[in-house]
Design a protein around this ligand. Structure first.
Ligand SMILES: [Zn+2]
Ligand SMILES: [Zn+2]
Length: 536
């Protein structure tokens, strides 16, 4: 059989592995590529996935970097079943609708901008609400440990990955020419002792494993430390009458934040008069799905719920479903906690809260999840002095906190420990879903401590897997060096500027409204160039 790496290869996002056996061609995960423009361009070219030739898709969990490209693949001809666990099936539906809505809003915004510039254009979103709705009927749900056969000669089994509600490790048993080969896809492996999730299931057998490596280069702090840091951030901004803004993924991170605030409140470390806003319609819906699947939650949470306690609720918790309610939060004076999506601050309502709070000394921005390269969240965490939100440069004067202990991902030691349960020393380990430095560090630790062979596949690389744990490269990765002709670009820019110098007189003769429009465009261009300078 062959496997092709269409994403999460030398990167965290865009998980998608296409496997071709002698009888079937199918995908494990179908995630969106997120981050820089270069990376996000990959979402548009789905021809390389050959959607109409994919027989079925197995989804490890609902996060958009694992499921977010489904509507586009369906739009381009995929018609087979999509297998997932029950909670993943429910979560995917709301997450994809939300993702489609974001695509539509951003496309409209771009179109309006081009119209204002006198360049009317019709641009299609990556996918629409209708495309997202078309995924729902294809979803077929399974429980954990329910072995099923999605295709000829293939058996599959989802096991609890302890990452987010319904997240799975995928076991695949593939029969070819009378031999059976076992592949394991770790999906995202959860951090042990998470508040809401059970610990990840450990496995002991596989011929090939495809393992995530998001935190291959570091360990997280413990939960108690993280709760203390959160309490400190709350104290810091409460005493200054400012807000605590928490960008959080709508699924899991938000619910863990609610649980943490519940624990702080129980210990008297959350001021009773400090309102907590859950400002994300998606997170509100996701929280309902968490309540629906109690048996998937960890023992402690289940017994709290049984005793009538609700760790996902607080006396001062307020939901903001409508845009008006969301805007009222920013008109409100005084201290409050605002939990909003998206978690990497690249889309959604969180951008409004950042615009209103980033520049305020005394406010807190608390990052509690992974920030991919190229996202605004990552830039803030990396110490940017200002960032651009809605075409406006915002100085960063708020205190920035990065609390890693709430992560839904296993840290370095836990990844090694999980992998150490495998007994077959001939097993080949493929590291996926990680940035270069994290993968390199984890790979050398695995070789040193566990003695497994490790391969780190590149984007678009294709490998032939043979039973007996040997593999060969079919097609080396196409090295995708972006071809950027800076001479040409700068030459263009210079000639445009000299052209515009000559138009100065003409500008002054135009009506005031037109002059203001031109001023805005020039200012924006100037700001963009400024941004390049400051971020270097
Ligand atoms: Zn995930
Ligand atoms: Zn992921």
């Amino acid at each position: 059989m062959k496997i092709k790496f269409l994403g999460a290869a030398r990167a965290v996002t865009g998980s998608c592995f296409i496997i071709e056996t002698d009888k079937a061609r199918f995908a494990v995960d179908c995630g969106m590529h997120q981050g820089s423009d270069e990376i996000e361009k990959r979402n548009w070219d789905v021809d390389i996935y050959e959607p109409e030739r994919i027989d079925f898709i197995l989804i490890t969990h609902a996060h958009i970097d694992h499921s977010g490209l489904l509507p586009r693949i369906v739009k381009h001809g995929f018609r087979g079943p999509v297998y997932a666990t029950e909670p993943t099936g429910d979560l995917i539906k709301i997450l994809l609708l939300d993702s489609a809505h974001i695509q539509e809003v951003e496309t409209n915004w771009k179109m309006r901008k081009m119209q204002r510039w006198g360049k009317p254009a019709s641009i299609e979103p990556l996918y629409s609400t209708k495309d997202a709705e078309a995924v729902g009927p294809l979803i077929k749900t399974k429980t954990y440990n329910e072995i099923f056969s999605p295709g000829n000669g293939i058996k599959a089994n989802f096991q609890d990955a302890g990452h987010i509600l319904g997240a799975a490790i995928l076991e695949l048993f593939i029969e070819e020419n009378g031999t059976s080969t076992k592949l394991v896809f770790s999906g995202d492996i959860g951090r042990r002792h998470q508040l809401l999730m059970k610990d990840p299931v450990t496995l002991s057998a596989a011929d090939f494993i495809f393992m995530e490596s998001t935190y291959g280069d570091r360990n997280h702090k413990g939960e108690a430390d993280s709760l203390n840091e959160m309490a400190e951030a709350i104290k810091y901004s409460y005493s200054r009458g400012e807000k605590v803004v928490i960008p959080a993924f709508a699924v899991e991170r938000t619910q863990e934040m609610l649980y943490s605030l519940y624990l702080l409140s129980r210990d008297g470390r959350l001021p009773k008069d400090m309102p907590v806003f859950l400002d994300s319609p998606l997170a509100i819906k996701a929280t309902e799905i968490f309540r629906r699947y109690r048996s998937y939650l960890d023992g402690e949470t289940q017994s709290l719920l049984k005793n009538g306690e609700d760790p996902l609720d607080l006396p001062q918790l307020q939901f903001s479903s409508t845009t008006e309610q969301s805007m009222q939060i920013n008109d409100m004076k005084g201290s409050a906690i605002v939990i909003s999506a998206s978690g990497m601050a690249n889309a959604g309502r969180i951008k409004h809260h950042l615009r209103h709070n980033l520049w305020r000394p005394g406010a807190s921005i608390v990052f509690v999840g992974f920030q991919a390269q190229g996202t605004p969240g990552r830039n803030i965490v990396d110490g940017a002095k200002k960032i651009r939100v809605f075409n406006e440069d915002i100085a960063i004067k708020a205190k920035v906190w990065t609390i890693s202990g709430f992560s839904a991902h296993a840290g370095q030691d836990q990844l090694l420990d999980w992998l150490g349960h495998f007994q077959n020393k001939k097993m080949e380990v493929f590291l996926v879903h990680g940035e270069v430095s994290a993968q390199d560090q984890l790979a050398s630790l695995i070789r040193q401590k566990l003695g497994f062979d490790v391969t780190i596949p590149e984007y678009l690389e294709e490998i032939r897997l043979k039973a007996g744990a040997q593999f060969e490269e079919v097609k080396p990765a196409k090295v995708e060096e972006p071809k950027i002709d800076f001479d040409l670009l700068l030459g263009d820019l210079a000639s445009n500027i000299s052209h515009i110098q000559n138009l100065k007189k003409k500008f002054k003769s135009l009506p005031l409204s037109k002059q203001m429009e031109i001023r805005d465009v020039l200012q924006e261009a100037d700001n963009s160039i400024d941004e390049i300078k400051t971020n270097l």
